[in-house]
Design a protein around this ligand. Structure first.
Ligand SMILES: [Zn+2]
Ligand SMILES: [Zn+2]
Length: 239
């Protein structure tokens, strides 16, 4: 995320340094222009690049103490700033509001970031939508949300039963239907942008997600995007 003072915050870092630099360059940003990074939880797809990034450019890294304890690499290689998952904190021009979500990691958070009147929510890796999640997201104008799996594709997949259960459990991931219903339930007058993210390569397809997003943009005139696993999105202007 970039604010209007060109301060930039990275939320998670699940790709290696080379790929991160490549993706930043595609968006006209260099690694040195990143000012800090917030980690949501210790799963590799959210943090496997963070140690090399922090070592290279020596920026602050923020995480919960639970996330820190869950990773031997963090304990060995990082000196993070800790935050409570129940308390807002400020970093440069960003007001950062973490909140706890049910997921099978040690102390997983989702996050809301405010810059002036702009309010971005990032909700990936949550097994269910709690009342608290619904309440705190009502104020966001832009929401990055996981559309992880299509129920039918997951049921039919070759994944072992235990893995299917884990993904669809209350501590796993959001299905397309759950994500769609959450956005509808927000009924937010502020909502302008929806980015569908964290799509499973094996148990989802962009065309299925796209048809749901088309319904949403038709109903409430939000701008919708899909963040592809390998492509991401271009810069999206939110105000
Ligand atoms: Zn996860
Ligand atoms: Zn994940």
């Amino acid at each position: 995320m970039q604010n209007n003072k060109t301060e930039r915050l990275l939320i998670d870092c699940g790709i290696n340094l080379v790929n991160l630099e490549k993706r930043l360059a595609e968006r006209s940003v260099t690694l040195k222009q990143i000012d800090g990074v917030v980690i949501t939880h210790e799963h590799g797809d959210h943090c496997k690049g963070v140690v090399s990034v922090v070592k290279k450019i020596e920026i602050p890294v923020f995480m919960t103490y639970g996330t820190f304890l869950a990773s031997s690499s963090f304990k060995r290689d990082l000196k993070p700033s800790f935050f409570s998952p129940h308390k807002k904190f400020n970093f440069l021009g960003f007001e950062i509001e973490p909140f706890p979500v049910p997921h099978d990691a040690r102390e997983t958070i989702a996050i809301i970031i405010k810059v002036g009147d702009c309010c971005l929510g990032v909700l990936t890796d949550t097994g269910m939508v709690t009342k608290h999640t619904l309440n705190v997201l009502k104020k966001v104008g832009a929401l990055v949300i996981e559309f992880n799996y299509d129920e039918n594709l997951l049921n039919q997949s070759k994944y072992p039963e235990a893995l299917k259960k884990r993904i669809s459990s209350n501590y796993g991931h959001l299905s397309n239907t759950s994500a769609f219903n959450l956005i509808r339930a927000l009924e937010s007058e502020y909502q302008k942008v929806i980015v569908a993210a964290h799509l499973s390569t094996n148990n989802n397809s962009e065309s299925i997600v796209n048809s749901l997003l088309e319904k949403l943009s038709h109903e409430s005139r939000v701008n919708t995007f899909i963040a592809g696993q390998s492509s991401g999105t271009p810069w999206i202007h939110v105000n």
